[in-house]
Design a protein around this ligand. Structure first.
Ligand code: AMP
Ligand code: MG
Length: 354
């Protein structure tokens, strides 16, 4: 397939590009486009056959449900059967923005979009290019991240081109995204809201509005054992290994002095045995590593900068041809929880306590 690649500037919208993208979605095709979180791979979410093309292009397991993206609150009526009170409060505050809510679905939403579930995940993004493409298409757009399943999510168009060129009808290049990690997902179908995936909207921000919330144990688990063999995820997708660079990634947790020392020791060992080592460090520690390819992921004083750089760095290690990657860990609260959630999955739960 020949993939059309066109630029779209959120500040200066080219309506022809938007309408070309909207028309492709409307006729059942695939368009990758920027959102404020990561790039999405969009198709008509109300058309099972169109949605099935997303799974094929990504190589995504078909039981992993998609998020429907809307550009107007009124679109919600066509896809969800009930809007609980807590959801209204959250929508009021965080939409448009990086928050996804899981509702009970209307029968019009095909099971091919929801991975067979009776619930549907919905997001109202704030990125102007995304909003205009959704409006132009006239349908809710099902859009997971525009990467090959399992790889780090794309935060700029070149990442999308790497994974999707030749597999989708169009890639809309809107430059680098602002947030860099996927939306916070909150299930509002139960008595108490439950965070299924941490993101830019933190647990604290949610609790300030709706009181105590639950956090799915797949979010807080540091080991596969903690998740437990009998655990049934709310959505099948939560169990998959994700975001992974090609090289094996191991994280080191504990006092930062011990972490630096242990990473230095292992990096020397690996270098001595002819392996190429990548190290994920921070501005605070980057000058303290003596071996390997040291990459600073940002400063601990600004976790948003770490979130923004995370996926790009994981992809960069692929092109640097490293054999192993060692990483520091991050605080497990606020935005740090979202960062750790992605890194732990990228590491396949390989965490060493030092
Ligand atoms: P993404 O990979 O960013 O497209 O996000 C999709 C994820 O959203 C899935 O892997 C699930 O974790 C979650 N999700 C989507 N739909 C539902 C749903 N109906 N119920 C629970 N979680 C969902
Ligand atoms: Mg994804």
């Amino acid at each position: 397939m020949n993939t059309i690649i066109k630029k779209a500037d959120a500040e200066n919208i080219n309506i022809d590009v938007i309408n070309e993208a909207g028309a492709i979605i409307k006729r059942g095709g695939l368009v990758a486009f920027p959102t404020e979180t990561v790039y999405g791979l969009g198709a008509n979410g109300m058309d099972e056959e169109a949605a099935s093309k997303i799974y094929a292009a990504k190589g995504r397991p078909s039981d992993n449900p998609l998020i429907l993206h809307i550009s107007d609150i009124k679109m919600l009526d066509g896809i969800v059967s009930d809007v609980p009170e807590a959801a209204k409060v959250l929508m009021d505050k965080f939409w448009p923005g990086p928050m996804t809510l899981v509702f009970r679905k209307r029968k019009e939403v095909p099971y091919g979009t929801t991975g067979g579930l009776d619930t549907v995940a919905v997001r109202f993004p704030s990125h102007k290019v995304a909003l205009d493409i959704i409006s132009s298409s006239g349908v809710p757009i099902a859009a997971p991240s525009a990467n090959t399943s399992g790889r780090p999510s794309p935060t700029k168009a070149s990442h999308v081109i790497e994974d999707m060129d030749g597999k989708v009808d169009m890639i809309v290049d809107g430059g680098e995204v602002g947030i860099g990690i996927e939306s916070t997902i909150i299930d509002v179908t139960g008595d108490v809201p439950m965070i299924l995936r941490p993101g830019y909207i933190t647990k604290g921000m949610v609790e300030e509005l709706v009181g105590p919330v639950l956090v799915d144990k797949v979010v807080t688990a540091k080991t596969v054992e903690e998740i437990g063999g009998d655990y049934k995820p709310k959505a099948p997708g939560m169990k998959y290994r994700h975001y992974a660079p090609k090289a094996e990634l191991t994280m080191f947790d504990g006092n930062i002095e011990n972490v630096v020392e242990e990473i230095n020791r292992l990096s020397k060992e690996a270098s001595d045995s002819g392996k190429s080592v990548g190290i994920i460090a921070t501005e605070e520690t980057k000058d303290r590593y003596n071996f390997g390819k040291v990459v600073s992921i940002g400063t601990r004083k600004d976790e948003a900068s770490i979130a923004r750089g995370l996926y790009g760095i994981l992809r960069d290690f692929d092109t640097m041809d490293v054999d192993v990657i060692y990483s520091e860990t991050f605080y497990d609260d606020d935005l740090g929880q979202a960062i750790m959630n992605r890194l732990i999955k990228a590491a396949g739960y390989r965490i060493v306590n030092v």
